[in-house]
Design a protein around this ligand. Structure first.
Ligand code: GLC
Length: 436
């Protein structure tokens, strides 16, 4: 027995890997958990693939550009957009300032192609939206495509045609570089976004884009600006697109960007809507691995948001509001294997949240939890649940299994969340049993 007492303090126990600590410019992002992505552009007029429609030669460039004439923004209500985003629970929103087609949503002086000069919308669409977001304390994000397939000095045009090779005409490439960097400067000074969301960096290496300089340009204008990971190594976080991670991604900051149906922009032919349940379970998985979800909506050309997307945002918002404590400001949960489902931890890691999908009733189980459970409650209600410890052998370092009984009466419509209070910061056992 004496021997055991000496061994106990050095038993295998895992404290969680370093988590984002929130002391730097990334802190709001680490707490944000949910953002709303907006793909709005002339592609909504005919309901075709954003920019890719002409690049992939599904239609001619001329036919694609005819959509300029149909882009009215007639029912655009940026206050209502921001209100819906607020209602969803999102803490930030990222809108396409310019997609790969080169059509800017603001009056760029750097080039001629934008909705103010070339469409019946005839006005800056960004400013009122960013204002409406700021009024509601929602962080602002600017999606900006580095690629500009329409610009006459951009090398690529369609999938099987190019205008020129950068190596053969560095001056022409320099003209393009001046142009896109001028636009980034405009966006920085006009809108001061909290976040720059680049896209399309894959077409050229860091040196060609002058990625380091672009990063400096942005940070000179706003030292706190966050830059997504699509700037050839000069960004702040990873953006696994439409990819549901199976393991916790290695990078401390990451964001899953995902569509509600199968497309980024408005496409009435795509009725493959994810249900609120599906969105919520995906979201729970994302936060369990310490990421953010950037959930996309694609408004119509007139600025109307399709009802299916409104429905998802509202239901997600209802669920977020009820479970706020388990979602916002939490950190990644337990490593895989301790619980059959997503989990999160409070910042002090003394509260563990268990996400229970699919209306599961009966006992759920936590494995390898050294910390003592003090209370278990159903989040968003005052219901206290009982728990019991199974298989704890007095002389063994292996903690018992924690079984919690979940009655069907406490079920949430989508995903039920339990709050498990611990006697201190979470401590896990991952040893081999016996004396180890
Ligand atoms: C891809 C696509 C683009 C879309 C983006 C959103 O990079 O090229 O159309 O806007 O993903 O993440």
């Amino acid at each position: 027995m004496n021997k055991l007492i000496v061994i106990l303090p050095i038993l295998y126990c895992t404290s969680l890997a370093a988590q984002p600590d929130g002391n730097d410019k990334m802190s709001w992002f680490a707490d944000a958990r949910l953002g709303i992505f907006i793909h709005w552009g002339i592609y909504a007029v005919d309901g075709v693939d954003e920019s890719w429609a002409f690049y992939n030669k599904k239609m001619s460039h001329a036919a694609y550009m005819k959509q300029l004439n149909g882009f009215t923004a007639n029912h655009y209500n940026p206050e209502a957009w921001a209100e819906l985003i607020k209602e969803s629970g999102a803490r930030y929103s990222v809108i396409t300032t310019k997609h790969h087609d080169g059509v800017a949503l603001y009056d760029s002086k750097a080039g001629p192609l934008n909705v103010v000069k070339s469409t019946p919308a005839k006005r800056d669409l960004l400013n009122p939206f960013y204002d409406a977001l700021r009024k509601r304390n929602i962080r602002t994000g600017a999606y900006f495509s580095l690629i500009d397939w329409t610009h006459r000095d951009y090398p690529a045009f369609t999938k099987d045609s190019t205008r020129y090779a950068v190596a053969n005409d560095p001056q022409r490439w320099q003209r393009f570089r001046n142009f896109f960097q001028a636009q980034i400067g405009e966006i920085s000074t006009l809108y001061k976004p909290d976040l720059f969301w680049f896209d399309g960096d894959w077409e050229h290496p860091a040196e060609a884009w002058e990625a380091k300089k672009v990063r400096e340009q942005i940070l000179n204008a706003n030292p706190n600006a966050i830059i997504n990971g699509r700037l050839q190594g000069y960004g702040d976080y990873e953006t696994p697109e439409q990819n549901f991670p199976v393991e916790k991604p290695a990078s401390p900051y990451w964001e899953l960007c995902m569509t509600i149906n199968n497309n980024w922009g408005y496409q009435p032919s795509d009725q493959n809507w994810k249900t609120p349940y599906e969105i919520i379970t995906i979201f729970a998985d994302v936060i369990s691995y310490g990421g953010n979800l950037l959930l996309d909506i694609g408004p119509k050309e007139d600025g109307t948001i399709p009802p299916e997307q409104v429905h998802v945002l509202k239901e997600l918002g209802r669920w977020n509001q009820k479970h706020e404590a388990a979602i916002f400001g939490t950190r990644a949960g337990l490593p895989n294997g301790h619980f059959y489902g997503p989990t999160t931890l409070s910042k002090d890691s003394a509260t563990l949240y268990l996400f229970i999908p699919a209306k599961t009733s009966g006992p759920v189980m936590i494995k390898g939890l050294k910390s003592k459970v003090t209370t278990v409650k159903v989040v968003g209600t005052n219901t206290v649940l009982s728990h019991k410890i199974v298989g704890k052998i007095s002389w063994s370092p292996v903690p018992g299994l924690v079984y919690i009984d979940v009655p069907s009466s406490v079920h949430d419509d989508y995903v039920t969340v339990l709050e498990v209070k611990l006697d201190g910061p979470v401590s896990l056992y991952r040893g081999r049993g016996g004396l180890h």
